[in-house]
Design a protein around this ligand. Structure first.
Ligand code: F6P
Length: 320
């Protein structure tokens, strides 16, 4: 293999730049040409491709977002779109592709490889931590720390006013951001899509907390369960305690990556290039029990993510 391409796709995540840097510099160190592809799969179709040098990735390890930009490509979802993309890859001599993104991006890579034989390796980049085959995805740790910082601030004002504070965080199908930030932030309740929740029990917890002398109640809510504003109104109505809702939104997707995310991204980026050089394809990189692993893309995509029941119960016990 002489030439590889790298792209970021789907929602951006802090640490994507560190991963791009690792891909580019590992590739160059091994004598490969590395092509940067802009705006995800759309960038292949539109030929937004340029050769990267070591200095293309200088001064980016600490930056959030992605220097390659990102997109969710509708055209690439079609067979025709992927055929166009393959033809463009051929023009640029790109034989191997490193895709940094989430499950949708991996599915696209798998299809491109099945239909046209392009060698692909996926690096998990998403704040959601919603990929079952890996313990962590790039960007998750930074997002959890961003939420934690917000929780610390919200605690101050909630305590002063003796209010209930609901913090809505990202996570449509996966409640990991809420779960990890909730445990780390000492939340009274964590509401996530993977665990059943009972509104009456939630209100009882809030009322009992107040009776025990707690100055405020903090509730972490994953967006997949519902909106914070509606829940706040309902809680206030039933408990009679002033309740405020805060939706953190895209703040969670930005910011300088934590050391954990930078190291994870660096290791994963390097491993992705090694795999391509070994002639491997349709692999995704992950981390399990602290070790970098790789796995078949089809198998990885077929795994169902489960939430950590132990963490969920622990958060409940510790907030009592
Ligand atoms: O998948 C990452 C994510 O940030 C989700 O947590 C969130 O639901 C979604 O992307 C938001 O997408 P967009 O940036 O397109 O609004």
């Amino acid at each position: 293999m002489k030439t590889i391409g790298v792209l970021t796709s789907g929602g951006d995540a802090p640490g994507m730049n560190a991963a791009i840097r690792a891909v580019v510099r590992t590739g160059l160190a091994n004598g490969l040409r590395v092509m940067g592809i802009q705006r995800g799969y759309n960038g292949i179709i539109n030929g937004e491709i340029f050769e990267m040098t070591s200095s293309s990735v200088s001064d980016i390890i600490q930056r959030g977002g992605t220097i390659l930009r990102t997109a969710r490509s509708e055209e690439f979802r079609t067979e025709e779109g992927r055929k166009k993309a393959y033809n463009v890859l051929k023009v640029f001599g790109i034989e191997g592709l490193v895709v940094i993104g989430g499950d949708g991006s991996f599915t696209g890579a798998m299809k491109l490889s099945n239909e046209h034989g392009v060698k692909v390796v996926g690096i998990p980049g998403t704040i959601d931590n919603d990929l079952a085959y890996t313990d962590y995805t790039i960007g998750f740790d930074t997002a959890v720390n961003t939420v934690l910082d917000a929780i610390n601030k919200l605690r101050d004002t909630s305590t002063s006013h003796e209010r209930v504070s609901i913090v809505e965080v990202m996570g449509r199908r996966c409640g990991d951001i809420a779960l990890y930030a909730g445990l780390a932030g000492g939340a009274e309740s964590i509401i996530i899509p993977e665990q059943p929740y009972d509104f009456n029990e939630l209100c009882r917890t809030i009322i009992e907390s107040k009776a025990k002398g707690k100055m405020h109640s903090l509730i972490l809510l994953a967006e997949g369960v519902g909106g914070a504003e509606d829940l706040a109104k309902k809680i206030e109505e039933i408990t009679g305690i002033e309740t405020r809702a805060t939706k953190l939104g895209h703040i969670q997707r930005g910011g300088s990556p934590t050391a954990f995310d930078r190291i994870l991204a660096s290791k994963m980026g390097a491993r992705a290039v090694e795999l391509l050089m070994e002639g491997k394809s349709q692999r995704v990189i992950g981390i399990r029990d602290g070790k970098i692993i790789d796995m078949d893309i089809v198998e990885a995509l077929s795994m169902k993510k489960k939430s950590d029941d132990y963490m969920y119960e622990l958060a409940k016990i510790l907030s009592f």
